[in-house]
Design a protein around this ligand. Structure first.
Ligand code: PLP
Length: 441
């Protein structure tokens, strides 16, 4: 009997024994193509010798030194590298151990910033429906997925949720993409005015929505308008790139596509590529200066922030992404995967939308393509696809509740950047099999 508290008490997962490139291998020797990098984590694939060597070298030097006493060479070097490539104005990196810690720290930093600059009346956050920002109380409060939030409702912070920029479902017939992008962004200004502009401290959004909506990209001009609205009302823009950042969409930072400059930027997942648990919250020089010229310290911190081994792994991962030409590869292989998905599912009666950027792609399932009606949630279609895919030796990331936390189903794909042509074919063939078996059940 296992003493591990598992994710699901009624299913016993196989035991992982190894990882090789795009594959994970269980103790029975079965191989699984990692079509979602777990949950958009394993961007370099499994068993990368350079990252492993960097971790071992750091362990040989020093494993841990508390950041209350020391900084470390890998933390300094990784911060330098991230800032060298970060959007304009971003100047400091606060290392944490994962995505929820990054978004949680972002919320607290936004609040402390306004206290430091003498605007303590600003405490409200606006986020979006169907977003996911993590599972700690602040991060869960910011997230807009009803299914994840429901039972914890009484514990959550009072955060407003506006509609996402979700062209497939929310754009009107005959409305151009640009006009829809502006209309979707207008929801932010409306909410700021409703709450009272001088009470709002931040707007938080994923540049490309991942887990809860399935690679939903913003309409052109949406984030440009969002930035203008934030500037007009003195509201901080927090971009959560925990899932879509670090090369996943073909640029190191996902917001580069939309040419939007955040005040605070959260990354994790691909930063450690699964080799170490690490995340980071990056902030503007202006925010940092407010803390530096004010109390002088951010009232935050966890024991493992800036961990030398985690930052050594992150440094090796970001160097690999940049130096091995992997951003170009994401664009190339993302294009090939998209073409293969279009070929297999483009005319499928139950695939309503295929979307995404780079190697971050999603398929939304519908009962009826013409009306976009979703399947009955009782069919648990996403769960069935996940289990049929796993049986067939494919790891993908299906999820239900795409539309409103309850109805709708999608499959998210986020394979390693080293995916090759044969693996594109294997992934799509196995996904076709899984979808057909799930639909037939
Ligand atoms: N933010 C986004 C956009 C995510 O996708 C996730 C995880 O899926 C998180 C935050 C939370 O990250 P973690 O699971 O590392 O706490």
């Amino acid at each position: 009997m296992s003493h591990v508290f598992p994710r699901h008490t009624k299913s016993l997962p196989p035991v992982v024994a190894g990882g090789e490139g795009c594959y994970l291998i269980d103790t029975d020797g079965k191989r699984y193509l990692d079509g979602s990098g777990g949950a958009a984590v394993s961007c370099l694939g499994h068993g990368d010798p350079e990252v492993i060597a960097a971790i071992k070298a750091q362990l040989d030097q020093v494993a841990f030194a508390h950041t209350g006493f020391f900084t470390s060479e890998p933390a300094e070097a990784l911060a330098d590298l991230l800032i060298e490539h970060a959007p304009e104005g971003i100047e400091r990196v606060y290392f944490v151990s994962g995505g929820s810690e990054a978004t949680e720290a972002a919320i607290k930093l936004a609040r402390q910033y306004f206290v430091e600059i003498g605007q303590p009346q600003r405490s409200k956050i606006i986020a979006r429906k169907q977003s996911y920002h993590g599972n700690t109380i602040g991060a869960l409060s910011a997230g807009g997925n009803e299914w994840r939030r429901a039972q914890f409702g009484p514990l959550l912070l009072d955060i407003s949720h506006i509609d996402p920029c979700y062209e497939y479902r929310l754009r009107h017939d005959g409305e151009s993409l640009e006009a829809y992008g502006l209309r979707a962004a207008q929801a932010l200004e409306d909410e700021i005015l409703r709450l009272g502009p001088d009470t709002v401290m931040a707007f938080m959004a994923e540049p490309v929505v991942g887990a809860t909506a399935g690679a939903v990209t913003p309409a052109p001009g949406y984030f440009k308008r969002i930035r203008e609205i934030c500037d007009q009302y003195g509201v901080l823009l927090i971009l959560d790139e925990v899932m879509c950042g670090m090369g996943r969409t073909g640029t190191l930072f996902a917001c580069e596509h939309d040419q939007v400059r955040p005040d605070i930027l959260c990354i994790a997942k691909g930063l450690g590529a699964g080799y170490q648990p690490i995340g980071a919250m990056l902030c503007s020089g202006q925010i940092y200066a407010a803390i530096e010229n004010g109390t002088g310290f951010f009232q935050h911190g966890h024991t493992y922030i800036g961990h030398p081994v985690a930052t050594a792994a992150g440094l090796a991962v970001v160097r690999a992404i940049l130096d091995r030409g992997l951003l170009a590869r994401v664009n190339e292989m993302g294009g090939k995967l998209r073409t293969a998905l279009d070929a297999k599912f483009g005319q499928h009666p139950h695939i309503g939308d295929i979307r995404g950027r780079g190697l971050f792609l999603g398929l939304e399932l519908v009962e009826d393509r013409a009306t976009k009606a979703p399947f009955d949630p009782a069919r648990k279609l996403a769960a069935r696809i996940k289990s049929e895919a796993f049986k067939a030796g494919l790891i993908c990331y299906p999820m239900s509740g795409t539309i409103d936390g309850r109805s709708g189903d999608h499959v998210l794909l986020a394979p390693p950047f080293i995916l090759n042509d044969a693996q594109v074919a294997e992934l799509t063939d196995k996904l076709v099999l899984a979808v057909e078996r799930a639909l037939a059940a």
